[in-house]
Design a protein around this ligand. Structure first.
Ligand code: NAD
Ligand code: TYD
Length: 340
């Protein structure tokens, strides 16, 4: 089988490529990635000489790039996106271009080549925000109500994917997952930012009151969920994927930050309350019972175990993240946090 993976040099995409070639070494993978600031081939050194792995540098917005690279693929797994909410607030146009227009190019080419499956990786952020007052969760029937340019652009891409299924009978599946964390996550997102800042003896910026709630999904659990959907998911269906078990209750950003402080032996003077994010969604929570009941998937370990593993990974891969933090990312960091 030949998989065409977009965005395979990013955080989740590279974890997926590594996972897939470990589990299915006879499958071929074309990793198609533009290598934006978030794409990093250093994530893929383990497979760069693998006979069945091929990297192609290209832009999902370019019909000719995509046509050249997708020919012969059986399955498309679409990760490529602009993915950071704060950057979408600074510059929404890249998000519309890549996430909406780029997805439409991929859908057209997938239709032309009659791929057997187009799997679209999306987010729970398309559903908007839940309240702290009750324990409601997002599920596959929740209406879309995105608030940031990022989530609005992902919502647009989800609608296009479903429209291609309904109008042209493209065989699609979609996963809407929660906040991922784990190895190779770019240190602009909360967990890797907090860990690497603390290792550098810097503070953790906490937006607003810190009482914002996210569901946390370990990236390897996410890769297994996509694998199950590719293997046995029903064509045309959407699956919500979350990492926290129902008995866990909510974990807010302050809880996350305090757990990381404790794993790294720091006290609460390392928390720095900064100006809030505009349009900040208060709470996300996921009901993942559909994928559990239909496909037998569930998260493997609990949040504390995965968080401990993640802190260990960043401690033992300082070269990987220091190269990012010392490079052009520094300009973004200074701009994002200087006025807060
Ligand atoms: P990321 O920002 O780490 O990586 C994105 C990758 O896409 C990079 O390698 C980048 O070079 C590539 N890319 C960007 N624009 C491109 C273009 N025009 N053409 C080709 N490649 C391009 O993102 P991530 O965190 O790995 O997220 C992957 C997917 O999962 C995204 O679609 C995102 O919306 C979704 N998602 C992420 C999370 C999360 O917590 N990270 C949660 C839910 C859903
Ligand atoms: P983030 O990792 O950016 O993911 P998302 O916005 O997609 O959920 O942020 C996770 C949560 O952490 C979110 O509520 C915003 C908050 N946050 C901070 O408090 N400080 C930070 O420096 C960052 C990057 C995020």
């Amino acid at each position: 089988m030949k998989l065409f993976v977009t965005g395979g040099a990013g955080f989740i995409g590279s974890n997926f490529v590594l996972y897939w070639l470990r589990q299915h070494p006879n499958d071929q993978i074309i990793n198609f990635d533009k290598l934006t600031y978030a794409g990093n081939l250093a994530n893929l050194t383990e497979v760069e000489h693998h006979d069945n792995y091929h990297f192609v540098k290209g832009d999902i917005c370019s019909v000719s790039d995509v046509e050249k690279a997708m020919e012969g693929a059986d399955i498309v797994v679409h990760f490529a996106a602009e993915s950071h909410v704060d950057r979408s607030i600074m510059n929404p146009s890249d998000f519309v271009e890549t996430n909406v227009a780029g997805t439409q190019v991929l859908l057209d080419v997938a239709l032309k080549y009659r791929v057997k499956r187009f799997h679209h990786v999306s987010t729970d952020e398309v559903f908007g925000a839940l309240s702290l007052d009750n324990s409601t969760k997002f599920n596959e029937a929740t209406s879309y109500n995105p608030h940031s340019p990022y989530s609005a652009s992902k919502a647009g891409s989800d609608h296009l994917v479903r429209a291609y299924a309904d109008t042209y009978e493209l065989p699609i599946t979609i996963t809407n997952c929660s906040n991922n964390f784990g190895p190779y996550q770019f240190p602009e997102k909360l967990i890797p930012l907090a860990i690497t800042n603390l290792i550098e003896d810097k503070k953790v910026p906490v937006y607003g009151d810190g009482l914002y709630v996210r569901d946390w999904l370990y990236v390897e659990d996410h890769c297994r969920a996509i694998e199950r959907v590719l293997q046995d998911g029903k064509i045309g269906e959407t699956y919500c994927v979350g990492g926290l078990r129902p008995e866990h209750g909510d974990i807010n950003n302050l809880d996350v930050a305090k757990k990381i402080l404790s794993l790294l032996g720091k006290d609460e003077s390392y928390l720095e309350y900064v100006k809030d994010r505009p349009g900040h969604d208060r709470r996300y929570a996921i009901d993942w019972s559909k994928i559990k009941n239909e496909l037998g998937w569930e998260p493997q370990y609990d949040f504390d175990e995965w968080l401990t593993k993640t802190v260990e990974w960043y401690k033992s891969h300082e070269g990987w993240w220091r190269a990012i933090k010392n490079g052009s990312y520094k300009d973004y960091y200074d701009k994002q946090y200087s006025q807060r």
